[in-house]
Write a new protein. Structure first.
Length: 389
């Protein structure tokens, strides 16, 4: 009865929406958690089990040799060799033995603690703690100890060595600094310019304003790939005239600003145009200039829209690879994080611990930026959709 009343009060559609959002959040978090956990594991654990087993331990297959035949002692009619499989030099890491076998093709043939009949009067028992009893109804004639294979359960363990390796010896640290050097100015520059342009297109009357708005909207749909080479050629010609190097941070800042400004102007204009008309007119009556109105009134009120665009622009510039390779180059001192990670994919395709640590370093900054500004995201996107009278 209570559940029925709750469903009627909240509404079944609302519950479905909440459940769908929860599922989407879980699906979004699972890969991120997987990358983080894998980046904190050792290579052997990554190769032997999935990241979801990291908190419960993992099973690794290792090999060991039992004691030498000369160490056998007679116990009644049988000859017995005992000891611990973890005392062998090649037994690998210590842990809890889950299963064992005497053939490389069947390393888990017998469960731990089970008395395995090996034939010819031989029996072998390997316990969970690694102790074993190897008996035979006749003297041992082998020259070396018998080789056995073990499935050893390792306790959960994590390490920061992968991050130390990435940050110190793989060049990711320098690439991280390069990405910050690119992304921060490439986010600030178009916001400043677009905010001025959006105010002018919203509250200043001048000939050709409608045409400029139409051109800005049209520039949003221009493919980046189509304009990349002409823009680079024009920049190189202007740079050669003023003596500026073609591969520099200034070039990539201007490129990102040029590609980001149409969308920025469009979003900011929608927001600024929706501000209360009475506030702007009252400021003009009081003798405020357009610059004073913009700085003292429009900018503070437009912070949600500015923050909303900042998220998009920063994520785009941080994750960009194409523009960075064209305008900045692929030198070691100029390579951004995405370029460095792309190089690691070619040189260390099998070292997942290095790749996941690099990937998590790449995504940690966008995640911080998103969660710091996400409360302004929806407000900025919906700005201007509803206007008061």
């Amino acid at each position: 009865m209570t559940a029925a009343i709750t469903l009627r009060r909240i509404g079944l559609p609302r519950l479905i929406v909440h459940f769908s959002v929860l599922i989407i959040c879980i699906l979004w978090l699972i890969p991120t958690i997987g990358i983080l956990v894998t980046s904190l594991r050792e290579p052997g654990q990554i190769a032997s089990s999935g990241w979801w087993t990291a908190f419960s331990g993992a099973a690794e297959t290792s090999a060991a040799r039992l004691g030498e035949p000369s160490t056998a002692r007679q116990d009644g009619p049988n000859y017995v060799i005992s000891g611990s499989v973890f005392d062998a030099a090649d037994s690998g890491p210590k842990g809890s033995v889950r299963a064992f076998g005497t053939k490389v093709a069947a390393p888990t043939e017998f469960a731990a603690g089970e008395a395995a009949d090996l034939g010819d009067g031989e029996t072998l028992t390997v316990n969970e703690d690694g102790t074993y009893i190897y008996s035979k109804n006749a003297p041992f004639t082998d020259k070396r100890g018998k080789r056995v294979y073990l499935s050893v359960a390792q306790p959960p363990s994590f390490t920061l060595d992968n991050y130390r390796t990435v940050l110190t010896s793989q060049g990711i640290g320098q690439a991280f600094i390069n990405s910050l050097t690119v992304a921060i100015p490439a986010t600030i520059i178009p916001i400043l310019i677009s905010a001025f342009a959006a105010y002018a297109l919203s509250w200043m009357h001048f000939p050709g304003r409608a045409i400029i708005i139409a051109v800005v909207v049209g520039l949003i749909v221009v493919p980046l790939q189509m304009s990349l080479i002409p823009l680079l050629k024009m920049y190189n010609e202007i740079g050669a005239f003023f003596g500026i190097a073609s591969r520099s941070y200034v070039g990539i800042w201007l490129a990102h600003a040029a590609f980001g400004m149409p969308l920025a102007i469009y979003l900011l204009r929608n927001y600024i145009a929706g501000l209360p008309k009475e506030v702007i007119e009252s400021a003009r009556v009081d003798g405020a200039s357009d610059f004073e109105i913009f700085v003292r009134i429009v900018l503070p009120l437009s912070f949600p829209a500015l923050a909303s665009f900042s998220i998009f622009q920063f994520l785009w510039t941080w994750n960009d690879l194409l523009v960075a390779m064209v305008f900045l180059g692929t030198g070691k001192d100029q390579l951004v994080l995405t370029g460095a990670l792309n190089a690691l994919l070619g040189s260390m395709g099998g070292k997942w611990e290095i790749l996941t640590a690099s990937a998590f370093i790449t995504i940690i900054v966008p995640i911080i930026v998103f969660f710091a500004l996400q409360r302004y995201l929806v407000r900025g996107l919906l700005a201007g959709s509803v206007k008061g009278g």
